[in-house]
Design a binder for this molecule. Structure first.
Ligand SMILES: *[C@@H]1O[C@H](CO)[C@@H](O)[C@H](O)[C@H]1NC(C)=O
Ligand SMILES: *[C@@H]1O[C@H](CO)[C@@H](O)[C@H](O)[C@H]1NC(C)=O
Ligand SMILES: *[C@@H]1O[C@H](CO)[C@@H](O)[C@H](O)[C@H]1NC(C)=O
Ligand SMILES: *[C@@H]1O[C@H](CO)[C@@H](O)[C@H](O)[C@H]1NC(C)=O
Ligand SMILES: *[C@@H]1O[C@H](CO)[C@@H](O)[C@H](O)[C@H]1NC(C)=O
Length: 255
């Protein structure tokens, strides 16, 4: 009996999402360096970020920076210059990161200098991931986990403080194909589980879509938000059930 009470309590704590509110889950902008506080329309968004312009977490200025500035001082050319076709996928991924209002169900807390929140295991459609990996397969890198494994050192030719990523000591530059082996391993590892490789037949996110006919990822977020909201009502039931059992237990067993 007491076992049951304890396990129901544990279940409630472990499953704690950042929110179980549908409206919040479906309109989430990360608490991070450049994100707006809430999604909204923009008159236009630069180039590859334009699909998000009707409902976006990024401003036009941010969309420009994604294409033209090095916002996080991240060097994609840490081995050799990245090919244009590969770089386009990383740009698209970066637009999703800054602009997508559909990550609410996958937001977790993190403490890094440039953000307090990140997304974790967002389902990425297999075909989008495959296209990304195939276009990068012959490009070069030296480590699989780009969020964590680089050495951040002062760039040469930088007079004041400006850290950038360098290949970790002892690592070797090899093709993406050698480093990652396959598309799913690549998408899941590169940004430390930001993405989860997911069959196209399941609800999954698109990096590439035609924004003028709507954002297909809205429905994916809605699907997962429903699951979370549903699960939280169940947990409430379990919690109530647990309390009832506890009261019953005390009445019967405590004397
Ligand atoms: C790499 O790109 C930089 C900047 O665009 C360019 O100056 C350099 O010549 C390129 N190097 C090679 C080997 O293509
Ligand atoms: C980089 O340079 C800045 C200022 O010159 C210095 O304070 C900092 O410690 C350096 N960081 C590293 C990792 O070398
Ligand atoms: C992809 O590579 C990972 C890591 O090497 C491996 O565990 C996984 O089974 C591979 N998946 C496929 C579909 O080959
Ligand atoms: C990336 O590195 C961090 C820190 O070492 C580790 O906790 C995490 O599991 C790694 N992620 C992947 C996808 O390997
Ligand atoms: C996007 O969809 C609109 C409306 O159906 C269409 O006119 C346009 O050509 C499409 N754009 C692309 C790039 O496919």
């Amino acid at each position: 009996m007491i076992h049951l009470c304890i396990s129901t309590l544990i279940l409630t704590v472990v499953m704690g999402q950042k929110s179980t509110d549908m409206d919040k889950l479906l309109n989430w902008c990360l608490d991070a360096k450049l994100h707006k506080t809430a999604p909204g329309p923009e008159n236009s968004l630069h180039k590859q970020c334009s699909p998000w312009k009707d409902r976006s977490c990024c401003t036009e200025e941010t969309a420009h920076k994604v294409h033209n500035d090095n916002i996080y001082n991240f060097n994609y050319n840490h081995c050799r210059n990245m090919s244009k076709k590969c770089n386009e996928h990383f740009l698209q991924d970066h637009c999703f990161y800054e602009c997508s209002p559909n990550v609410g169900p996958w937001v977790v807390s993190e403490t890094r200098t440039w953000r307090k929140e990140r997304f974790y295991k967002v389902p990425l459609c297999a075909s989008d991931c495959d296209a990304w990996f195939n276009d990068c397969a012959e490009d070069f890198t030296c480590t699989d986990n780009w969020s964590r494994n680089f050495d951040w050192l002062n760039d040469t030719g930088c007079s004041s403080k400006c850290l950038t990523n360098f290949c970790p000591k002892g690592s070797e530059c090899m093709t993406f194909r050698k480093i990652y082996g396959n598309a799913s391993n690549f998408c899941e590892k590169v940004w430390d589980h930001a993405w989860q490789y997911t069959k196209d037949s399941e609800p999954c996110m698109r990096l590439w879509f035609n924004g003028s006919v709507g954002n297909p990822n809205d429905a994916v977020a809605r699907h997962h938000a429903h699951l979370i909201a549903g699960a939280s009502t169940k947990h409430l039931d379990y919690l109530l059930f647990g309390f009832l059992l506890m009261i019953l237990w005390r009445t019967i067993c405590v004397f």
